[in-house]
Design a protein around this ligand. Sequence first.
Ligand SMILES: C[S@@+](CC[C@H](N)C(=O)[O-])C[C@H]1O[C@@H](n2cnc3c(N)ncnc32)[C@H](O)[C@@H]1O
Length: 260
Amino acid sequence: MAASGKENVMDEKDDPGAAPYGNFINYYTFNPPENRINLIPTTLIQDLGYGKDSSETILMLDVGCNSGDLTVALYRHLQQRAQSEDPTKPPHTDLHLMGFDLDQSLILRAQQNNPFPQNISFIPLDITEDSSLQTQLQVYLGQHGCPRFHLTMCLAVTMWVHLNHGDSALLRLLSRLASLSHHLLLEAQPWKCYRSAARRLRKLGRTDFDHFKTLAIRGDVAEHAREHLEKHCGMELMQCFGSTTWDRRLLLFRRTEITD
Ligand SMILES: C[S@@+](CC[C@H](N)C(=O)[O-])C[C@H]1O[C@@H](n2cnc3c(N)ncnc32)[C@H](O)[C@@H]1O
């Protein structure tokens, strides 16, 4: 069940206790897709060296996609580039996105409002659950004949996994994202968001997040994430797309290991 609330700012009327995973029902009313989309070049796919041949299948994964608004907006954003190159050509039609979220009611909404069901799929899935995750993503990759996603997005999700499952789960999440992807676009919430989320929970008289007080990874969480991805996951930071209006950086990583 999804709940209303705000992730970044403190507001006593909001109820993060009912959205302990950041599964806000109205997320895009207070963080519209444009806040992030405007930082991402429409040429991103081409800049990464993909899509030169319009028949090439490009696969993208959106981890923790909420109700799918950002997923759909990004699909439109990237297709816009394909059309603007040569308006007589059809858009790059072989771009496929899969969005998943642990909240089934949000996924149902995403499915019902999906304007591009041929190219965008939404499924309920928990990134922390190994076996079902592996199976469903491998099936999807296999259907498209790709060993990995060309680009994975993990935006505003790390804090919720971290608070609910602890340090080791955050590192496992990053390792998993790296193993699934050639490129990774990561927006890690800064530590001040953790404090706000925990404070809001306390104000509501709820028990704290399971791991908040004992987390060893704190401070510059994005820097910790970069270090883990570079030291342990065979990835390197390529680029930073600046900061969102919420003062969060969008970090783009690529695999440094030679892969299939
Ligand atoms: C703050 S929202 C961000 C939504 C979207 N990624 C964006 O940036 O617009 C966080 C989302 O992550 C989802 N989420 C949290 N933990 C998750 C997990 N373990 N597996 C899958 N989704 C998760 C929540 O349900 C929620 O929809």
